[in-house]
Design a protein around this ligand. Structure first.
Ligand code: M6R
Length: 602
């Protein structure tokens, strides 16, 4: 959520900042801004909306010689998406960018206002720059003014500050929001994730919570609560696997089509002839584990929920699932025979990360299932399994969900194997089905065009219910989330058997029901639930291998041999349906309103 880039050196600063922000734009695109100090010259530009607006605004601006520079792309938390609320925020002679939330900003703001400071924005961030300038009036050095400022901030932040009071320096601090420093000779880079600096920096240091310091040409000084800190840089990959659209209209569309291929990557070296292998896990990783608790948010939560059926059914181990933001404050009872699993595409989701830290404090062993190597969640976990989905740029998650679900299915078999709670025969059948997954994820042209045509009938209505049973219930939740995120229509995922306990009261001809009706699982029960809705005039879109005469619309899937194969095939249908509806509505498919790819605030 939000993106930060900073650069100190001789190269053209505007381009470095804009190119870096471009890589981060999917994290927030309410506004963007840059600030540069070269010698005595200070320049600052901000633009509302997407980065292209800032590019346009800075077309005639170029930097020359040595300078310091910071940039930001914003997802609004405090204050509306306006140009005044865009970062960098300005004091009398300093600029600041910030990711996260300053929880005590209101108290700090009142204190500063009492001193006569005028605030231009409604943001929490602006307090940092004014507090710094206030401290700088009395502090011995500019650095101690920055240090005093950081000490007074509560909450999560990653922040960069530049000031005319010390014009060749970037001050930085990190607590709870990701930030890293890149190095290449005397050039120093900052970013909230490594993609903006790949190909520019050769080495990197991932800041830890509580780290702060300053950077000058060829010199970076790092501190934490204990004083000055030595740090070890690590090599940064030079291989920029830049996600391009490859001829697709949208990243989301490309990512849906990629699922078949990336699933092969996810399984590679892990799904063997007769067993599942995870090189990432020590041989005795599950030795003392008697239960599993999984925490995640959004789509990742839906993959977790799917796996709860698989863990209990296949590995015979107790498995509880929690929404991370709820788990954090429920004062949960945790025992150290429980494995704590976090699932996250980005590895930076604040609620999931904090849940993980809580579990660690309670002494639980932790495992993360994540798509981004070196992310905060991976670094915080005892062990990690990468989903290998490749960069996911569409804000509406697709291939991350598919690969997370696959890793969890494999893990359920692995646990069964390790605990000897799964028979050889069942393991064999599951592995055979797993191998067929890439095929069930292939997008057939015929299906895609059918959904494109059909989408025109789903542009109105007072509600959309996605319904399913068993593992198709979390899939219904995920289908509804996709529908909500990119078409801005109210949609709900519901357990099919639960409709009659209330929601059926909503049934009429403009209540659309998307019924997931697999043939391999509870077909007859599901059919009865859909019949109940049809009898009350709800409009039914049935997704099933079996023709269903009460369907108003029908998508025929293949007769598969295993529920998970039906699951993945139906998942593609719900993703494409959401995509095509969004296209018809003229919405921004890849960057839907109000959302961001990575939610690093709680
Ligand atoms: O990066 P994470 O998987 O931790 O993100 C969790 C959610 O924010 C994310 O899945 C969100 O719900 C997506 N926009 C869903 O498409």
């Amino acid at each position: 959520m939000c993106g930060i880039v900073g650069y100190l050196g001789l190269n053209e600063k505007k381009e470095i900042l804009l190119d870096g922000l471009q890589e981060l734009e999917y994290r927030g695109y309410d506004s963007a801004g840059i600030a540069v100090i070269e010698g005595e010259k200070l320049n600052n530009f901000k633009a509302l909306g997407k980065l292209e607006n800032l590019r346009e605004k800075t077309k005639a601006y170029h930097t020359e010689g040595f300078g310091v520079s910071i940039g930001h792309t914003r997802w609004a938390t405090h204050g509306k998406p306006t140009e005044l609320n865009a970062h960098p925020h300005v004091g009398a002679y300093s600029y600041v960018v910030h990711n996260g939330i300053i929880e005590n900003y209101q108290a700090l703001k009142e204190e500063l206002q009492a001193d006569g400071v005028k605030f231009l924005s409604q943001t929490d961030t602006e307090t940092i720059v004014h507090l710094f300038e206030k401290n700088n009036k009395t502090a011995n050095t500019v650095f101690s003014a920055f240090e005093e400022t950081i000490e007074r901030l509560d909450g999560a932040y990653a922040t960069l500050l530049i000031t005319e009071a010390d014009a060749d320096t970037i001050y930085f601090a990190k607590n709870g929001s990701p930030m890293l420093i890149g190095f290449n000779g005397d050039d120093v880079y900052f970013a909230s994730s490594d993609t903006p600096i790949i190909g520019k920096a050769t080495e990197v240091y991932y800041l830890e919570d509580g780290d702060y310091g300053y950077a000058r040409q060829g010199e970076v000084k790092l501190f934490d609560a204990k004083g000055e800190k030595t740090f070890t840089k690590q090599a940064l990959t030079a291989d920029k696997v830049s996600a391009q659209k490859d001829g697709f209209r949208f990243f989301m569309e490309k990512e849906i089509y990629e699922q078949s291929h990336v699933m092969g990557e996810t399984m590679m070296g892990r799904v063997l002839d007769e067993n599942i292998a995870f090189d990432e896990l020590d041989a005795d990783f599950f030795k003392d584990i008697k239960a599993i608790k999984i925490c995640a948010c959004g789509t990742s939560y839906h993959s977790a929920l799917t796996s709860s059926y698989l863990f209990e059914r296949l590995s015979k181990i107790r498995c509880d699932i929690e929404i991370a933001s709820e788990f954090r404050y429920k004062e949960p009872l945790l025992t150290d025979d429980t494995l704590f699993i976090t699932i996250s595409q980005s590895g930076e989701t604040a609620d999931t990360l904090e849940a993980l830290k809580m579990a660690k404090r309670a002494g639980l062993k932790s495992l993360s299932i994540c798509n981004v190597d070196n992310s905060s969640i991976i670094r915080e976990s005892d062990a990690a399994i990468l989903t290998r989905a490749g960069i996911e740029k569409g804000v509406a998650s697709t291939k991350a969900f598919a690969t997370q679900t696959m890793v969890l299915w494999m893990l359920a078999l692995y646990v069964g194997q390790e605990k000897k709670s799964i028979s050889k025969e069942v393991l064999k059948t599951e592995i055979e089905a797993m191998r067929k997954t890439p095929k069930s994820l292939l997008v057939e042209e015929k299906l895609h065009s059918q959904l494109t045509r059909m989408s025109k009938r789903y542009l109105h209505g007072h509600g959309f219910f996605f319904i399913g049973r068993d593992i198709f219930f979390p899939l219904a939740l995920e289908g509804a989330l996709k529908r909500k995120e990119i078409s801005y229509f109210h949609a709900e995922g519901y357990p099919a058997g639960e409709m009659k306990h209330g929601p059926i009261a909503l049934a009429d001809s403009t209540l659309f029901t998307i019924a997931l009706m697999p043939k391999t699982m509870h077909y007859e029960k599901m059919k009865s639930n859909v019949e109940e809705l049809s009898a009350r005039d709800a409009t039914i879109l049935a997704i099933s291998p079996e023709p269903f005469e009460l369907a108003d619309d029908f998508i025929q899937t293949n007769y598969d041999s295993h529920p998970m194969l039906e699951f993945f095939e139906m998942m593609v249908v719900t993703q494409l349906l959401a995509l095509e509806i969004s296209v018809r509505l003229g919405n921004d498919v890849d960057m839907p309103r109000n959302l961001a790819k990575s939610v690093t605030v709680e």
